[in-house]
Design a protein around this ligand. Structure first.
Ligand SMILES: *Cc1c(COP(=O)(O)O)cnc(C)c1O
Length: 364
């Protein structure tokens, strides 16, 4: 029945105003667009390899049980995570990817009109979630592609509910130390939750510190999110986790939708923790390749900031889209930020060779 003209449903204005989420282009789309047949995707910071054998085995074994709902609390995974990261069980929770946990954080802490503070440019999910709950984004600018933590401290007001810091930052790849974060935390009231998004933690220089042991004991308002999507290579399974004070964990747990972390994801995550040595050996190979790519890009004259994740950021400014399209025509799909720079995932040596050859052709 058409009672309101042609209006079908009435989305909340905040939702109406949101752009639709567009994931990065995949290789098949680029092949079709440019009439080529050997495109590779270096656009989403995935690992180039499939699961390690024991994780594949655990996944295969978990198929048997999928007629039953899995454990909503993922109790066994929480126990393993607590042991793995050096926390207690009540300091750990899990979510449907770390972006699922981030959404839970917004539902837990941000009412309409509350301020959410994150440096910008950073991870694109932060502004989307802020607008979704009618929060007010407060976004101090980056300096030399890195966070200015003093500017973050200065931007805190009595309306600030969340501060979100991606470390390393996506897309610029820069990272700050836990001692610098400690200085920021010393000046932030415990009524503000400071979220440290460590999606790329495994790729960082360990000398930058460990927030769980260095900061959490003295700063109960710190909440650390991590994921199995990047270093562990389980992006399609959607499993992330958070480490924080038990009261923060208890609050965000209330917003976990039922059975959000599926049974196969739980099994794979546990197996992946057990295979940590193998995973970290792969991470080591990516870090060697990252150094090679950063050195090569700098030799071409690109002003690449120090990189701590599994991608390389080229601050190409006005040339970004031109270089991105040129690479795409060569079958190299990267992630552009128009007018700012290009983010390129570090992949296998062979794929990185192709990327560097293309980059040399276009900008070398
Ligand atoms: C990739 C990424 C995530 C990811 O998340 P999952 O939802 O766990 O796959 C979170 N934060 C940042 C900054 C990322 O780049």
């Amino acid at each position: 029945m058409a009672s309101l003209g042609n209006v079908i449903g009435r989305p909340r204005p905040a939702v109406d105003a949101l752009p639709s989420y567009r994931p990065g282009k995949d290789a098949a789309q680029a092949e079709e667009e440019h009439g080529i047949d050997d495109a590779i995707k270096l656009a989403s910071n995935e690992t180039p390899w499939g699961p390690v054998p024991s994780v594949a085995g655990a996944l295969a074994g978990s198929i048997e049980g999928i007629n039953r709902y899995a454990d909503h609390r993922a109790s066994e995974l929480r126990v393993r995570l607590a042991d793995w990261v050096g926390a207690t069980e009540d300091e750990i929770t899990v979510g449907c990817g770390s972006v699922g946990l981030l959404q839970q954080l917004f539902l837990t802490y941000v009412d309409a009109g509350d301020e959410v503070l994150y440096p910008w440019r950073s991870f694109e999910v932060y502004p989307v979630y802020t607008k979704l709950v009618d929060g007010v984004p407060v976004t101090p600018a980056l300096v030399n592609n890195a966070f200015d933590l003093d500017a973050v401290a200065d931007a805190v007001t009595d309306k600030t509910k969340l501060i979100i810091l991606a470390n390393p930052n996506n897309p610029t790849g820069t990272a700050f130390s836990m001692s610098d974060l400690g200085t920021l935390l010393d000046g932030v009231d415990d009524s503000v939750v400071v979220v440290l998004d460590e999606a790329y933690r495994e790729f960082m220089d360990p000398a930058l510190g460990n927030p769980v042991s260095d900061l959490l004991p003295d700063h109960p308002n710190l909440l650390i999110t991590r994921t199995f999507s990047k270093a562990q290579g389980l992006a399609a399974l959607r499993v992330g986790y958070a480490v924080g004070h038990p009261t923060v964990i208890e609050s965000i747990d209330k917003t976990l939708f039922p059975f959000a972390v599926n049974g196969m994801a739980q099994a794979a995550a546990i197996a992946s923790i057990e295979a940590d040595d193998e995973v970290m050996e792969r991470v080591g190979r990516i870090k060697v390749e990252r150094t090679r790519m950063v050195d090569a890009a700098r030799a071409m004259g690109h002003d690449v900031p120090d990189q701590e994740a599994n991608f390389v950021y080229l601050p190409l400014g006005d040339k970004t889209m031109e270089v991105c399209t040129g690479l795409e025509k060569l079958g190299l799909v990267t992630r552009p930020f128009a007018g700012e720079g290009l983010r390129i995932t570090v992949s296998s040596p062979e794929e990185n060779d192709r990327l560097l050859a293309g980059l040399t052709e276009l900008t070398g």
